[in-house]
Design a protein around this ligand. Structure first.
Ligand code: PSU
Ligand code: MN
Length: 305
């Protein structure tokens, strides 16, 4: 198996060698999903939340063309502060390396790299998916195809509310991604706990996820196990409010001809502004909640060996 060249931070390398639990985290959510300094605070909180569970967090990014599994303090700060960090999904990895650029990895590139480094659990806010109006724009995130070809556990609060959730859920099925609801029987819609999209598989504990993942892997399938974890109740935003913010954001995106990889960051930013910051707070809360569950699943995988 060819492996892209990457550097693993020494403590993460040690943890992997000793079969200790490691949780992979992405960096696009930092560089393109939240403003500074909220993103930096969130990144530090995520790593602490994980290490408090006894799990080493490995934030992944490309620094000056070098793929890093685990960042130093200053690298993390740079990713959060700098406006020229390239949003790097799977297809752009080689290009970012060849140009020695600094790139923030999306769900697609992060899970790909995590798996090459033998990290099996990953947490984010919400995965990318099929965009609204995709029948015209063809805008479907590389996250989906990555989820079909990388057999890791992905913890997310469903898919981002800016997407066409019914189509995203159908696409996940087409791609053989195993979607399970964590203590829920509907697909969470990011800022809100539920949706009218039913899920037929429900799990109640991190240990149950770990045990299920073992069987999923043993089938030889290449697809991911997507754990859909609803936002904590106290930070949830009602759907009708989100729809209002989203309508305005989509209108602005259309007016300003925002398309392609700029669309998701643009929509998240406008929604956050429209909500007076409530959506940013919700995004941080759901993402931290996913980090905590991801860490517990990573622990479950170790004790289930
Ligand atoms: N989750 C969040 N905020 C984000 C993302 C996820 O709470 O900004 C990022 C992830 O990196 C995901 C990307 O892979 O958004 C999807 O972008 P696109 O729709 O362009 O594929
Ligand atoms: Mn896209």
């Amino acid at each position: 198996m060819t492996k892209p060249a990457f550097t693993i931070r020494p403590d993460i390398k040690r943890a992997l060698e000793n079969n200790a639990p490691v949780l992979a985290l992405e960096s696009t959510i930092l560089a393109h999903g939240m403003p500074f300094p909220d993103n930096y605070k969130f990144a530090k909180q995520s790593e602490k939340l994980s290490s408090d569970q006894g799990v080493v967090a490995a934030t992944i990014a490309v620094i000056d063309g070098e793929i890093k599994i685990g960042l130093s303090e200053s690298e993390l700060e740079f990713i959060c502060k700098n406006n020229n960090v390239v949003k790097t999904s799977l297809r752009e990895l080689g290009w970012v390396q060849s140009k020695k650029l600094t790139g923030a990895t999306t769900v697609s590139s992060t899970i790909f790299l995590a798996q090459k480094a033998k990290i099996n659990v990953f947490a984010t806010g919400g995965i990318g998916g099929v965009h609204q109006g995709a029948d015209q724009s063809f805008d479907i995130s590389q996250d989906l195809t990555a989820l079909s070809s990388v057999p890791v556990v992905v913890v997310s609060a469903g898919a981002k509310a800016i997407l066409d959730l019914p189509k995203t859920l159908e696409a996940l099925e087409t791609l053989s991604v195993l979607v399970v609801g964590y203590k829920t029987d509907t697909f969470p819609s990011f800022y809100s706990r539920g949706s009218d999209l039913g899920l037929s598989i429900l799990v109640d504990t991190p240990e149950e996820v770990a045990a299920l993942y073992k069987h999923h892997r043993a089938t030889g399938l290449t697809s991911a196990l997507l754990v859909a974890n609803p936002i904590p109740k106290e930070d949830e935003i009602p759907k009708d409010k989100i729809e209002l913010y989203l309508k305005r954001a989509l209108k602005l995106a259309y007016k300003n001809k925002i398309t392609g990889k700029n669309l998701t960051p643009f929509l998240l930013k406008i929604i956050s502004q429209e909500s007076g910051g409530a959506c940013l707070k919700a995004n941080i809360s759901l993402a931290l909640n996913n980090v905590l569950l991801g860490a517990k699943i990573a622990l479950g995988l170790i004790s289930n060996k």
